[in-house]
Design a protein around this ligand. Structure first.
Ligand SMILES: Nc1nc2c(c(=O)[nH]1)N[C@H]1C(S)=C(S)[C@@H](COP(=O)(O)O)O[C@H]1N2
Ligand SMILES: [Mo]
Length: 209
């Protein structure tokens, strides 16, 4: 956990985790079709175990007006390609936690995307200072195939933990597996420990499959 903590703390490039290789360019990888952005109906919601019991929602203008951050962070796909040192601009997950405070007993979040894609994160991984709802990479707006208008980037975990086309965050008081975590991928997904597949999970690292 030491190296992960270090990564979460500084948000700089940490180099290549074991079993990964550098890739030129930025491949596009996802399951299912690319959603069309509909600005009139798009919103970003926070629901589940909020401190107030209320649901939060921002339309695209409101989301675009939230305080922004820039982090430098790496990107590691479990299929073994990595991209190092991208600059990600967007809204820090920590800012979402501030604006929509979770109840005291929240331990995990589920990040939801268009078409029901989801990924679960421990609250500490979500709250890490380099976890960002990114709208831009290296100064350019995300293209639609990379998640426009907003995707999550969690540099210290494998990239499936970063849904493209995010629409909501659910605060949870117990862990629950997301889309790939239910389909053979590791519940935690730390690339430094090569937590690639669910069969590698140790007791306590994830809910039963
Ligand atoms: N909505 C959605 N987000 C997703 C995925 C997906 O299938 N659907 N795949 C994940 C995986 S496995 C990876 S490696 C990255 C790839 O992001 P990229 O296409 O921008 O390289 O997106 C992640 N986010
Ligand atoms: Mo991936």
């Amino acid at each position: 956990m030491g190296q992960s903590e270090n990564q979460q703390a500084n948000g700089r490039s940490q180099g290549l985790p074991p079993g990964q290789r550098l890739q030129r360019g930025w491949p596009v990888l996802h399951y299912g079709p690319i959603p069309r952005f509909k600005p009139a109906t798009w919103d970003f919601q926070v629901f589940g175990a909020t401190a107030s019991g209320e649901k939060y929602s921002w339309n695209h203008d409101a989301f675009s007006a939230l305080p922004r951050t820039e982090v430098t962070g790496d990107f590691h796909c479990v299929t073994r390609f990595s991209m190092l040192g991208s600059r990600w601009n967007g809204v820090a997950a920590a800012t979402v936690l501030e604006l929509a405070p979770p109840a005291a007993n929240v331990t995990h979040v589920m990040v939801w995307a268009e078409y029901g894609f989801s990924s679960n994160l421990r609250l500490a991984d979500f709250a890490a200072e380099s976890t960002v709802f990114a709208t831009h990479r290296n100064g350019d707006p995300l293209t639609v195939e990379h998640g426009f208008p907003v995707r999550l980037v969690v540099p210290h975990l494998y990239a499936w933990k970063g849904p493209k086309w995010v629409r909501a965050v659910e605060y949870m008081t117990a862990d629950r597996r997301g889309f790939w975590e239910e389909r053979g991928y590791h519940n935690l997904g730390d690339p430094w420990q090569e937590q690639r597949y669910s069969y590698q999970e140790q007791p306590g690292e994830g809910p039963e499959l």
